[in-house]
Design a protein around this ligand. Structure first.
Ligand SMILES: Cc1cc2nc3c(=O)[nH]c(=O)nc-3n(C[C@H](O)[C@H](O)[C@H](O)COP(=O)(O)OP(=O)(O)OC[C@H]3O[C@@H](n4cnc5c(N)ncnc54)[C@H](O)[C@@H]3O)c2cc1C
Length: 316
């Protein structure tokens, strides 16, 4: 667990301090330092790593570290496909359990707004079956439609019907979380973690357009379920993002006043610091963006190798 990145009087990084598995505090030094702690934790570590030339945190002369956090906007929906409503052959093929593979539609990655006639960026509608795990599927049946807990035989009957009568199909929508000033990470002034370091405090703000786009795409997702013959279709959008897709906080760009990293993900202010997790993203793109993080980190790795003078012979 890296607890602090130490910089010298010239602002260059000299060492990282970390806590090992036994709780011992240690130090490491290197030529080049690559931070990849995930968007929230990277911002937290940089903000904690004050130094003589970085009084407000490492690479934070612009005040941009932790700013412009982005999640994935969108929505989700679901519906039931009943075997009894399908042609027998189709119903049989749907009963076969396969791999947990998702299918996505990008027909509305860009679309024309039906009300304003304006061209807009949309996103991805991903269709997925509920995970095959029997327990997690059974647990969904414990509440009735009025929100009452179901017990005993009625619960058994509900589970049996649910497992035998059809498949539950879900969709998730991914669209851009527009960067806004009201969405950022800072250090909590009071709460500390078990090592005595301030925890990250997250401010969640969003742009109303994110919900409008999510609503448009969710309606399309619901329409797809309807065309597939699903019943009990339900969908919704929300400004409270799922915690799994988190990016931004050290966005890259060409303007050091408005970004933390340069286009190669090297800190504008610190020559031997790179950031390669999701922090670099100014927006997430209208997809689940993990592959983009991977692709960028391989790209940056090539830049780092070049900065070190090219590939080195292993046995040289
Ligand atoms: C339940 C779940 C499901 C998901 N499903 C999908 C999906 O289906 N598709 C998709 O595209 N994405 C998915 N994601 C998102 C994906 O996991 C993230 O986008 C991705 O892992 C982010 O990469 P990262 O490099 O920014 O950070 P991470 O992969 O989180 O890596 C950060 C690493 O840094 C370590 N670390 C943090 N702080 C410190 C410190 N101070 N010192 C040392 N080490 C530190 C952490 O332990 C971690 O190993 C899912 C995430 C979750 C949680």
């Amino acid at each position: 667990m890296v607890s602090k990145i130490r910089s010298d009087q010239k602002g260059r990084i000299r060492a990282v301090e970390y806590i090992d598995g036994q709780g011992a505090r240690k130090r490491l030094d290197a030529e080049i330092y690559v931070v990849a702690c995930q968007a929230v934790e990277t911002a937290r570590l940089l903000l904690m790593s004050t130094g003589p030339e970085h009084p407000n945190g490492l690479a934070n002369g612009s005040g941009q570290v932790g700013k412009n956090m982005v999640f994935s906007a969108g929505g989700s929906g679901e519906g039931d496909i009943r075997y009894a409503d399908l042609e027998p052959g189709l119903a049989e093929s749907l009963k076969v359990r396969g791999l947990f593979v998702n299918r996505a539609l990008q027909d509305w990655y860009f679309y024309t707004d039906p009300e304003t006639g304006q061209r807009r960026k949309g996103g991805t509608v991903e269709l997925l079956f509920r995970h095959a795990n029997a327990i997690s599927r059974a647990v969904t049946q414990k509440w009735d439609s009025d929100g009452n807990l179901v017990w005993g035989k009625p619960l058994k009957d509900r589970i049996k019907t649910y497992f035998e009568s059809g498949r539950h199909l879900r969709f998730e929508v991914f669209n851009d979380w527009t960067p806004v000033d009201d969405c950022f990470v800072s250090l909590d002034p009071e709460e500390k973690d078990k090592w005595g370091m301030p925890v990250a405090r997250i401010r969640l703000g969003y742009h109303p357009q994110d919900l409008e786009v999510g609503r448009f795409l969710s309606r399309k997702g619901a329409k797809v379920l309807e065309k597939l013959g699903a019943v009990n279709i339900d969908w919704g959008v929300s400004g409270s993002p799922p915690q799994n897709l988190v990016a931004g906080g050290c966005r890259f760009g060409t303007d050091p006043k408005a970004s933390v990293l340069d286009p190669d993900c090297r800190a504008h202010e610190i020559e031997n610091l790179y950031v390669t997790d999701g922090s670099f993203m100014p927006t997430g793109g209208s997809v689940p963006f993990t592959w983009t993080i991977y692709a960028n980190s391989f790209r940056v790795a090539d830049r780092i190798i070049a900065a070190l003078g090219g590939p080195r012979q292993k046995d040289a």
